[in-house]
Design a protein around this ligand. Sequence first.
Ligand code: SF4
Ligand code: SF4
Length: 498
Amino acid sequence: MKPEFTIPVVINPPQTPAVRAGAMAHSRPFVAKAEHQQALGFPGELVDDWHDKALAKMKQLLDSSRALQVFMDSCVKCGACADKCHYFLGTADPNNMPVARQDLLRAVYRRYFTFAGRWLPWLVGAVDLTEDVLREWYAYYHQCSECRRCSVYCPFGIDTAEVTMAGREILASVGIGQKYSNEIIGKVHDIGNNLGLKPPALAHTLEELAEEVSEDAGAPVAFPLDENGAEILLVTPSADFFAEPHVDGLIGYAKVFHRAGISWTLSSHASEAANFGLFVGSHAHMKKVAERVREAALELGVKRIVVGECGHAWRVAYSYWNTLIGPFDFLDPNYPAPQHICEVTHDLIHRGALSFDKSIHDDKVITFHDSCNVARASNMGGVPGGQFILPRDIIRACCNHFVDMRDDAIGEATYCCGGGGGLLTDDLVELRVKGALPRMQALREVIDEHGVTHMAAICAICKSQFGKVMPYYEFDMDMVVSLHQLVGDALILDRGAH
Ligand code: SF4
Ligand code: SF4
C-alpha cells in the first residue's frame, strides 16, 4: 500500500530544506484514554480550569528546575540549532527547528512570568495561553525525540529535550497525555514490562529460547529467570525476549555470560529496562519504574546490575538511577553500578576471556548507529567518549570489516533514529519516516562508497524504528543487527577451541 505522505528523497551531500510552514501541523499522536491517564494519577480529560492548572504546573517546573528557567531566558536566537534537528531536516516544518520548538513554551512563559511580557507582550513575542496553543504544544512536543542533538550546537547549551519534557508534563497535568507512552507506563506498573508479558509467559519464552540456542550452539546456553544468588541481574528491554533482531542480542549476552562462566539472571519483577517515565517528563513515574530494579536486585541477592541494549534505559540508568534508586552500596564495589552490557563484553575481551571466529562475518561490512541517548546522555568504561569507543572496539574484535558513517552523523553528533522519545507508535509513522532521513542519507553514503551491508545498534527503539522505516527508503530491514548478535555469532563457545 502506498503511504499517504511523501517520502523524503535521499540526497548526498545532504541539503537543508526550504521551510514549509505548517507542514507537520496535522501530526499528533493519539491522546490516552481517560482510564489510562487516571491510572497514572493524571486527569482523564482536559480539566475545566486547564488554563490556571497549566500555568501553575509551569510555575512548579520553573521553580524546581533552575535549568528550565535558564533555558527560557537565555536563547539569543543565533540560529546555530536551526538545521540540527532530524525532524526539521525531514519535514521542513519551521516549528521543528529546535529554537522554534522552545519558543512555543517560551512565548507563554514570557506572557505570564516576565515583567515585559505582562505589560508589553507584543514587544517580546509573548502569547496568551489558549486551547489552540495547547493543541500546538501537543503536536510539536510530540515531534521531538528528546535526543539532545541540538544542544550540542547551542553556544549556551540550551537543551530542547528538557523543554519538550516540561511541555509534555504540563499537557499530562491538564488531561492531555499521550496514548502510547501512558499505556506502556501502566503496563510496566501492572505487569512489569512494556509488552504486558506475564511471568509464566516470560518463563516459557526463556525456556524455549534456551533449548533452541543450546541445540544450535552445541553448548548449554542458559537464560535463567529469578535465580537467587546469581552474580549479575540483567535488565533488558522486553523486545529482547522475542522481537527480531533484538532477541539475537539477548542470545549474544547469554553466550558471553556462558563463555565467561559468569552466573546471571533475569527478573520477572523487573523484566523491563525501558523507562517511559523519561518520555512523559515525569520523575515520579521514572522513579516508580526504576524502583523495580532495585527491589529485584535486593531480593535476588545479586552483586552486579547490568543493562542490556536499550538507549534510553541506559540514559536513565547511567544519569538518574543513583539519585532515583541508589545508593548501590549492596553491590560489588569492583564494578560500575549500573554497568552496560558493552562494558561487560569489552572488559572480557580486554582480559582475553573471549575469543572469536571473525571470518563468520566476512560476508558483511558493518557500520554502527550511535543511539542518541547513549551518545549524549551517558558514558561507558569511565573514559571520555567511552560510549563511542567501546561498541566500536567490540565490533572490530568480532568482525573484519567495519566502517564508520561520516563524522557529523556519528558520535556526539549522531542523529536520532526518528522513533525515540515515546514516538515509536504507528500513529506517528509519517513523522518517523521523515525523521529518519538524516540517518538514511548517511547510511546510503557508506553503502555506495564502502559496500556496507549491515548497521549495528545498541538500542531497542532504534532497532524497531529502523525495521519499520527502512523499507520506505528501499533498504532491507534485515540490515539492522544487534551489536551482541555480531558478538554471539562469532564467539567461540568451546573453551578448548582457541
Ligand atoms: S532534542 Fe532532538 S528531536 Fe528535540 S529538537 Fe533537539 S534535535 Fe530535535
Ligand atoms: S543555538 Fe541556542 S541560543 Fe542559538 S537559537 Fe538555538 S537555542 Fe537559541
